[in-house]
Design a protein around this ligand. Sequence first.
Ligand code: ADP
Ligand code: MG
Length: 730
Amino acid sequence: MSDNLQKNNLRRVVVDRKPRIIEGLAKLHGKHLKISDYYGENVFDFRVVKGLSEKIKREMLECIRAGMVIPREYVDLVADAAKEWAIGKGATHFCHWFQPLTGYSAEKQDSFLTLTKDNGPIEELSASALIQGEPDASSFPHGGARTTFEARGYTIWDLTSPMFLREEGNGKILCIPTAFVSYNGEALDVKTPLLRSVSKLSEEAVKFFNLVGDMDVNHVTVTCGAEQEYFLIDKAFYYERPDLVMTGRTLLGSMAAKNQQLSDHYFGQVTERVIAFMQELDHEMYRLGIPSKTRHNEVAPGQFEVAQIFRDANLASDNNQIVMALIGNIAEKHDMVALLHEKPFSGINGSGKHLNWSLSDNLGRNLLDPGDEPQRNHVFLAICSIVVEAFNRHSELLRTSIATHGNDHRLGGHEAPPSIMSVFLGETLDKIYKSILKGDTFKPLDNNQLDLRANQLASLLKDNTDRNRTSPFAFTGNRFEFRAVGSSQPIGFPLSILNAAVTDVLKQSCEIIEKELNTGKKVDDALLTVIRGWMENSSKVVFNGDGYSDDWVKEAGIRGLPNLKTSADAYPVLTDGQKTSFLVETGVFSRKELETRYNVLVERYNTCRLIEFKTMVSMIDQYVIPSGIQYKKGLLDILKLQDELEVDRCVEFDIYCKLTGYMDELHRKTCDLKKELAEMVEDESKRSFHVAHKLVPLSEQIACLCDSVEDVIPDELWKLPKYFDMLFLR
Ligand code: ADP
Ligand code: MG
């Protein structure tokens, strides 16, 4: 009875919550501010600040571009300007902000305080403190890259990502984006390989353009826009679910009768409590110079998305890291908890992070924009075919780049593309390539206007691609969208691999073009040779049908496409000398760094899974079995009474037998799992396979049995918040 009361109270508390309305938000002296009035107010970018002369800015940018050392006196000036700006805004501390291989950002804070010779307190940020830090970093994952006696790690200022001010608790901190490397210069982070990959790609792309006669191109940027999905649940329920607190997802839980069948949540009106959250989130993003653009409900109940205007990949990657942290912090202020896990609830959609990817040159042209007549645009068709071939050639490694224990639940689920990597091109492009391969010239589709049969609506130019949502890598009109990326993972890793893959094929394309031109061919014909070569080679990876269907899995098998179903199957690709040689050749990763990543990922996978198993076992012991026993006791009392009174027993006995059946099996399987956990093999690699192929399936069977028990037990005896609570009460 008291349990029931407690649960009902919890529901009351949640239902009665009011939206968090912040009176002064985006206002000054009571007057509304425009976004542009406060956009970027918490960002310090030396490229645009007022206190620094244009000459210095120009020279510094030139140094960055050429990879030269920046004169110390310039760094002094920047450090001083940054400090003045930050303390003017109330900051007391600064930190080197970096992304180790934990999946989160990390930092070590230092105050600006220094003492003068005669012990007077002053504020200071020296050039050396700006450029380089030396966190005692021995406890960050390094996968064997550092022995403990040599555990030094360095953080190094990334000049291409602006500093920003974080407001937290009772103060403000100036965050300096940095790379994190070992004593020997090995990358221990996500950023370093990403920076290498964008430079390398630019180098090869410039070569490509100069070869085809476009001499004005001297720099190519990777552009990226990440669409971040997440769930929001009330914090009262969250803290009553040990699985959510410990692992970020529900390890058991019976589906509510209504979930997403009606698709009524997708793009539905956002409730007031959630919109208040989204407004605060956007507001903070704007202040941090993060160009938030789109916000909406996603498919599953309680699921939402935020997307920003695309920008250079390194910045987009840093921004996404900040956005994930912001979502979590702001949700708490609204008495909610944000779940960034790829699959917080089984049976409904999980969360991904669509990575929109393109290239843009120094003239501001999007290199994946087909223009009005794509069939004439040989350069566009060549670049596009290069990306397709890159995906084809390095599909296994790209699969590996998105492999996490969380994403394993999502890939191949009903909402996400399978672990088979394929490319969607859409009808128009597909036809163009096919006709090129046949040697024909392509006739454009004559009617690009979409007939909506409603004259009140402005006529729309039909997208040259339809929207295929089931492909892991889709061309969407003027960019590619890598959809298999998980919601919680830093985007830097998949971005580095994708960039390196494209660089690899670009490099080879340049060689082909050069050869063709040397034999006296025209540029367009040389480009056609490239297009034909790559499209012929990669035809097996192009798939325009339904990627969620079982037929596709069969078809992909016939085509010989790899299907690395679990992360454990995917990680070993990182240690395959042949499959990773392009990463070493392009200089994006060294062999040692790949080994590091392999070790870190496998260990992380195993650790996360073991935490899940242990949490599951404990929840069964603490909640599921005791609730079952309690209900059985009540049923036995009635059965005994019925026997004494000699009345018919029917329902009670039925329920009793059913419940006993489930509980017995649950108990048996849980004992099996406990035994397995006590006898785990030491070797991390062997362990990951055992976990992925034996223990995860076993835990899924156990979860099903828990759900059967939950379905039988009355609500008042079930102590854990249910899917119904978490997904629908807000
Ligand atoms: P959809 O729901 O159709 O995927 P959204 O508007 O939610 O569209 O997201 C599209 C994302 O693609 C945005 O983040 C946008 O900035 C990004 N994007 C658009 N053009 C490019 C481009 N050229 N390069 C990289 N990203 C892009
Ligand atoms: Mg979207």
